[in-house]
Design a protein around this ligand. Structure first.
Ligand code: FMN
Length: 354
């Protein structure tokens, strides 16, 4: 299947401007997601499930491979991702206010490096619209894969008011999310990554954790797992600070990593502004995952993301300490059934698969 995608479909798609190709893919997945019967059938065929699912922060994941944030920004096609074999999907980034994102063009392919540069800037329908979409499908989601929701800061909100902005999105979305990931690492919202600094992060995560716990107490259920998504551009000292805050505020896990503003050797000429993803990011993401895993004695759940484009690179991420993985750019380059291929390849590492 991957062969036909790469030889036939990808060359056609890659003739289109990258975001047009993306929109076409989203439309196709949206249609697929509406065909519940077909999705169920495809799921049976494509889901590589374990006899015992992977249990992490109180959730059950049928396999280790998730769709990273940014592809299904507005919760349009989560059901189709299950049909393609993904073990979880992360919606978003969603912001409090609906926003158009940056001007186009804002996604650039670098096929010779299996990479993308994007400066989308959190284009999304806003938390109310996304919550409405998730609410409508909540009941039918019960037997599906976990759906995480990634939240970020609205562009119109000044950095000093970021906490309130995150809290409002959280409040609106949390009831419809299996987990919430807090995005402080996208390079395309001015100032956002400053929220990774010790004090700002402590305030942000502290307030979100408090709200999460008090809501859960009132409603009589357990708090929703909170994850933090970090940048690959933090140095090890900054990562130590982040881990200190994560421990202090009882955050359930880390997603490492988002895209990088660095341009590794050989890529200096690709100077479009934005975050680089795909193969050139892989080594750094693995290094960050490995560092976090060692620093936390393997006890903090880690979702590894960055340049996974083959079973070998997925294996390297798991060997570095990732409990789950997420893909984005690999999905663009390798095609719709890449998740299934990776889930199959990772199966023996986890034992007892069916
Ligand atoms: C076009 C594009 C849009 C993205 N949008 C988001 C986003 O909205 N929120 C987010 O947390 N990450 C976003 N990401 C980052 C991915 O979720 C992922 O962490 C990163 O690309 C590294 O994985 P990859 O190399 O498999 O793509 C985006 C990535 C791309 C390529």
């Amino acid at each position: 299947m991957g062969f036909y995608y790469e030889k036939v479909l990808r060359p056609i798609l890659f003739r289109l401007e990258p975001e047009k190709a993306h929109d076409l893919g989203v439309t196709a997945l949206d249609y697929l997601g509406r065909m519940t019967g077909l999705c169920r059938l495809m799921e049976r065929f494509n889901q590589v499930s374990r006899a015992r699912p992977i249990e992490l922060f109180g959730l059950r994941f049928p396999n280790a491979v998730g769709l990273a944030a940014g592809m299904d920004k507005d919760a349009q096609f989560w059901r189709a991702t299950a049909a393609l074999g993904f073990g979880h999907v992360e919606i978003g980034t969603v912001t409090r206010h609906r926003q158009p994102g940056n001007d186009r063009p804002r996604v650039f392919r670098i096929p010779e490096h299996g990479a993308l540069i994007n400066r989308m800037g959190f284009n999304n329908d806003g938390c109310e619209a996304v919550a409405k979409r998730l609410r409508a499908t909540r009941r039918s989601r019960k037997n599906y894969i976990p759906v995480g929701v990634n939240i970020g800061k609205s562009r119109i909100v000044p950095l000093e008011q970021a906490v309130g902005d995150y809290l409002e999105s959280f409040n609106v979305l949390v009831d419809f999310a299996d987990y919430v990931s807090i995005n402080v690492s996208s390079p395309n919202t001015p100032g956002l990554r400053e929220l990774q600094g010790r004090e700002s992060l402590n305030t942000l995560l502290g307030e979100l954790s408090r709200l999460n716990r008090s809501r859960a107490r009132k409603l009589g259920h357990r708090p929703t797992p909170l994850l933090l998504k970090i940048s690959p551009d933090l140095d090890f000292r900054q990562i130590d600070e982040v881990l200190g805050v994560v421990a202090e505020q009882g955050i359930d896990g880390i997603i490492a990593t988002n895209t990088t503003v660095a341009r590794p050797a050989g890529l200096a000429r690709f100077n479009e502004a934005g975050g680089l993803s795909g193969c050139p990011l892989h080594a750094r993401s693995v290094e960050v995952v490995n560092y976090i895993s060692l620093a936390t004695g393997g006890k903090l759940p880690i979702i590894g993301s960055g340049g996974i484009d083959s079973p070998a690179t997925a294996g390297a991420m798991v060997d570095a300490g990732a409990h789950l993985i997420q893909i984005y750019t690999g999905f663009v380059y390798r095609g719709p059934f890449f998740a299934k291929q990776l889930a199959r390849a990772l199966a023996p590492r986890h034992g007892d698969w069916v």
